[in-house]
Ligand binder design. Structure first.
Ligand SMILES: NC(=O)c1ccc[n+]([C@@H]2O[C@H](COP(=O)([O-])OP(=O)(O)OC[C@H]3O[C@@H](n4cnc5c(N)ncnc54)[C@H](OP(=O)(O)O)[C@@H]3O)[C@@H](O)[C@H]2O)c1
Length: 308
């Protein structure tokens, strides 16, 4: 039995779809009753719980062989802080996994996770990795760069930004490089690890086959969406100072059915630093060539985000 925490998110939904061939038994953790219909395939079930509430996890891992921990946030909201979700949440899930003698614990971290990182997102991901590694459970940790596919948060934010027109604001010079990987390729990497012993107690850093600057990524998305508006670079400090106003416009926009990008000051700063690793990482680690970004974005934009 595979237990998926974070099953309702972008990565989780794509993973569920790929596991629904009938070969696997899957239990998905959901936080609200309205997600109870998430898993309808034979052999799939949902269970309600929150990783920050250890009581709600009690007994939920009975009969589970592998725990897939995909829960994470990129932006803090109210009580949902990085410490609470990444650190406390991971500890709760690990404790429950130990109690239930789970055979394999998979944790999705992020490229750049580092205990000394100035970014809370990356620092708390690294702290969560330490909890997983120190648990004594056989583990696999993925540290992917940006994952792109129908419904991913990054592309959705850019699409909303582009629709606002007539200018396309870029925080900073847009020269920081990323290594986007297509969600189907991430799933392929994941499927390699679940049935094999070779992938246990290892940390995998990987990304797609190109290093692309934010400017290049934006231009490829604009080309595919046939948008020709001029790009303007805005100093990160000014962008961050403007975020409270964007929040007001977001609320107003919602009233009129308009969507606006939702970003935090830390996300603006994360756009200023490279998030890359070996360009052949997937080929070296998992033995296949992932698709390039142009094809990734074509497939992403042509398939509407769909809720399973
Ligand atoms: N997407 C990327 O480009 C990328 C790159 C590198 C690493 N990652 C990591 O990959 C993981 C999945 O990313 P994603 O893009 O799929 O994120 P996502 O779409 O934001 O999904 C996050 C998931 O976590 C769940 N969640 C949040 N707080 C929770 C809690 N307290 N208890 C239980 N579940 C909770 C959400 O449930 P609700 O639906 O109830 O909110 C949702 O299912 C994250 O850990 C992320 O940091 C993502």
């Amino acid at each position: 039995m595979i237990f998926i925490a974070g099953a309702t998110g972008f990565v989780g939904r794509h993973l569920i779809r790929s596991l629904s061939s009938g070969k696997y038994k899957v239990r998905c953790l959901v936080r609200s009753d309205k997600e109870a219909g998430l898993c309808t395939s034979p052999g799939f079930e949902t269970t309600k719980g929150d990783i920050t509430d250890s009581e709600s996890l009690k007994g939920k891992l009975e009969g589970v062989g592998i725990v897939v921990h995909l829960v994470g946030i990129i932006k803090e909201q109210g009580e949902g802080t990085f410490e609470k979700i990444h650190i406390e949440g991971t500890k709760n899930l690990v404790d429950e996994a130990k109690f239930s003698d789970v055979e394999h614990f998979f944790f999705q971290s992020a490229l750049g996770a580092d205990l000394r990182s100035p970014f809370k997102y990356l620092r708390t991901k690294a702290e969560a990795e330490e909890i997983v590694k120190g648990s004594g459970l056989p583990y696999t940790i993925f540290r992917p760069s940006l994952i792109i596919g129908p419904g991913d948060g990054f592309t959705e934010n850019i699409k909303e930004l582009l629709r606002l027109g007539p200018l396309v604001p870029v925080p900073g010079d847009g020269k920081a490089r990323f290594q986007p990987i297509f969600i189907d390729d991430w799933v392929r990497c994941f499927l390699k690890i679940i049935d094999s012993r070779n992938f246990k107690n290892r940390v995998f850093e990987f990304g797609g086959p190109e290093h692309l600057s934010y400017n290049e990524i934006l231009k490829i998305i604009m080309k595919e969406m046939e948008i020709k508006n001029p790009i303007v670079h805005i100093p990160p400090a000014i962008t961050k100072a403007g975020l409270p106003f964007i929040q007001v416009f977001r609320s107003l926009g919602r009233t009129f059915g308009m969507k606006m990008p939702d970003v935090s000051p830390e996300q603006i700063d994360l756009l200023q630093i490279d998030n890359i690793t070996d360009m052949d990482s997937v080929e070296h680690l998992f033995g296949f060539r992932p698709v390039g970004f142009e094809e990734t974005i074509r497939k992403t934009l042509r398939n509407q985000p769909d809720k399973t």
